[in-house]
Design a protein around this ligand. Structure first.
Ligand code: BTN
Length: 256
């Protein structure tokens, strides 16, 4: 029988953001493995200050306080551990998820989950928003063409939609396992499994850097601490942090 996970779950009804709640807990010394889950977030946050739509009853909105023993330079790979954990949980449901570097998980080319990693002292606040039970038409118009849910992907694949509680337990077990791998073995142990599931693998992409620069090239792999390795017209680039990542049409397979 699988070992029960070491994560401790606190359930809240309605919060601004589970990142705020987790930050308070982390500041007051809550141990690693503390998970704050809210039924609804009134001010759910995505990356770069974007809003994360978090209505009641349909998703899993939670933040895990992770206290890492790895060197600080490896902490960005906590996001990869989380993405891999979620992918493995989705695969147990018969789905075929992809990781869109750095922080999205996709089903059928649409975003099913986003990951937001903040830090608070010695803790990583690993926020995950997973669309689970939304139906077509439930997403606001601006997200409708880009977002999906586990239930929608299951319906497309002729699979039964998951029970949200069963799925939550599976996700937490899986996260516990992949964060454990990261802590014991370090980032290299994650790179192969994440790249195998990458939506960008060998694809021509355009990526916006935090500086605003747009970089185009072919995604060739992941660097030692999870950076994206790009082949661009100007030579190889190692991308540490990207924001909006688009896969471009395959106009030319040969050069960047
Ligand atoms: C993104 O894709 O931009 C990241 C989205 C992260 C959303 C989750 S939901 C739980 C946690 N609380 C938040 O306010 N944000 C994260």
């Amino acid at each position: 029988m699988a070992e029960p996970h070491r994560l401790r779950l606190t359930r809240l009804d309605r919060v601004t953001s589970t990142q705020d709640e987790a930050r308070i807990l982390a500041r007051s010394g809550s141990p690693g493995g503390t998970v704050v889950l809210a039924e609804e977030q009134t001010m759910g946050r995505g990356r770069e200050g974007r809003a994360w739509v978090s209505p009641a009853g349909v998703g899993l909105w939670f933040t895990l306080v992770h206290r890492s023993g790895r060197p600080l330079g490896e902490w960005p790979a906590v996001t990869l551990a989380a993405a891999l954990g979620l992918c493995r949980a989705l695969e147990e449901d018969g789905l075929d998820p992809r990781v869109r570097w750095p922080n999205d998980v996709l089903l059928l080319d649409r975003k099913v989950a986003g990951i937001l990693a903040d830090t608070e002292g010695t803790a990583v606040l690993l926020g995950m928003g997973i669309n689970v039970l939304q139906e077509e038409g439930d997403f606001p118009p601006e997200l409708a063409s880009r977002a999906t849910s586990v239930a929608i992907a299951c319906a497309r694949g002729g699979l039964r939609p998951p029970d949200r509680e069963v799925f939550l337990a599976r996700v937490l077990d899986s996260l516990d396992a992949t964060l454990g791998i990261f802590e014991r073995e370090g980032t290299p142990a994650l790179l192969g499994p994440v790249w195998e599931r990458s939506a960008l693998r060998s694809r021509r992409i355009a990526l916006r850097l935090p500086s605003g620069e747009i970089v185009q090239g072919i995604a060739e792999g992941l660097g030692a601490v999870g950076q994206l390795l790009l082949r661009t017209a100007g030579g190889p680039r190692t991308i540490v942090s990207g924001t909006k990542t688009d896969v471009l049409p395959e106009i030319d397979k040969e050069g960047p």
